[in-house]
Design a protein around this ligand. Structure first.
Ligand SMILES: Cc1cc2nc3c(=O)[nH]c(=O)nc-3n(C[C@H](O)[C@H](O)[C@H](O)COP(=O)(O)OP(=O)(O)OC[C@H]3O[C@@H](n4cnc5c(N)ncnc54)[C@H](O)[C@@H]3O)c2cc1C
Ligand code: FES
Length: 239
């Protein structure tokens, strides 16, 4: 395994990650609104930096021992917003939060997308749309294609990424990958990412793995990539 240093938590609730600092703070919930089957959880930003699009935060769901990793979806002034798919106990608890409640958040963590790109094309599948609104805003609303299983899920693209071309199954998002796309930045389920990589080997891909700490300490997110093992939380999630 490649030697990568393990960041440490300091008493001041700051994680030092090779010069970049992630903070853990108690943030107040501003609101949690449904968008199709997903929820947009809006938090007061406090002293946390929004970071680079594609980086993620560990959100401590009420009553759950382990925090859940979430990509930053939007970063309006003074806020951090996360788009959450309620697929299990932790995400359901996060989606049930109400304005005025407070929760601990740690971040920003991991490596974001490389933003020095000439002709960006955003590609997302399902809840992989989550980091795209912040990425789109940062890159000046480049073209985007997004795929969903259902029309209800596609509401998320209509609300949060209005310039996106949408594919709903049986049409696949890769059916919309035409011509010779230069700089593909993608997030979505693993089979979609593999299909995108097969078509555009240079694509930047946002991968997922179960994560317990988010900063290199637990080894819960180790995946095999290119004949070596990586901790996705500190070497990724963008690879
Ligand atoms: C870097 C990163 C960014 C993410 N960003 C978002 C986001 O913006 N919005 C969002 O809704 N979700 C996001 N996720 C996924 C989210 O963290 C998980 O869905 C969540 O942790 C599940 O918690 P739970 O308690 O609801 O479900 P659990 O009860 O823990 O799990 C439900 C099911 O999902 C599987 N599962 C859980 N976590 C993962 C995972 N990370 N990868 C693959 N399978 C998993 C479990 O094995 C189980 O089958 C992200 C994950 C990562 C690693
Ligand atoms: S989540 Fe703990 S090492 Fe990556």
């Amino acid at each position: 395994m490649t030697e990568v240093s393990t960041p440490t938590m300091t008493p001041s609730d700051t994680v030092s990650l090779g010069g970049r600092a992630a903070r853990r703070e108690l943030l107040t919930v501003l609101g949690c609104e449904p968008i199709g089957p997903y929820s947009l959880l809006r938090l007061e930003r406090g002293g946390l930096e929004p970071g680079i699009p594609g980086q993620f935060f560990m959100l401590e769901a009420p009553g759950r021992l382990l925090p859940r990793p979430m990509s930053l979806c939007q970063a309006p002034p003074g806020e951090l917003a996360f788009l959450i798919d309620p697929i299990g106990s932790g995400t359901r608890a996060l989606c049930a939060l109400e304005a005025g409640e407070a929760m601990h958040v740690l971040g920003p963590l991991g490596n974001g997308f490389e933003l020095e790109v000439e002709r960006p094309l955003l590609v997302a599948g399902g809840i992989g749309i989550a980091p795209m609104p912040y990425l789109s805003q940062t890159l000046g609303q480049p073209p985007a294609i997004v795929g969903f299983r259902t029309e209800a899920q596609a509401e998320a693209a209509r609300a949060l990424l209005p310039q996106a071309e949408i594919a709903v199954e049986p049409q696949l998002v890769t059916d919309l990958l035409r011509g010779d796309p230069d700089d593909v930045l993608a997030c979505g389920p693993e089979p979609m990412l593999e299909a995108v990589r097969a078509l555009v080997p240079s694509a930047q891909l946002a991968w997922e793995a179960p994560m317990a700490c988010g900063y290199g300490a637990c080894y819960g997110c180790v995946v095999e990539r290119g004949q070596r093992y990586v901790r996705l939380c500190i070497e990724g999630p963008i690879l």
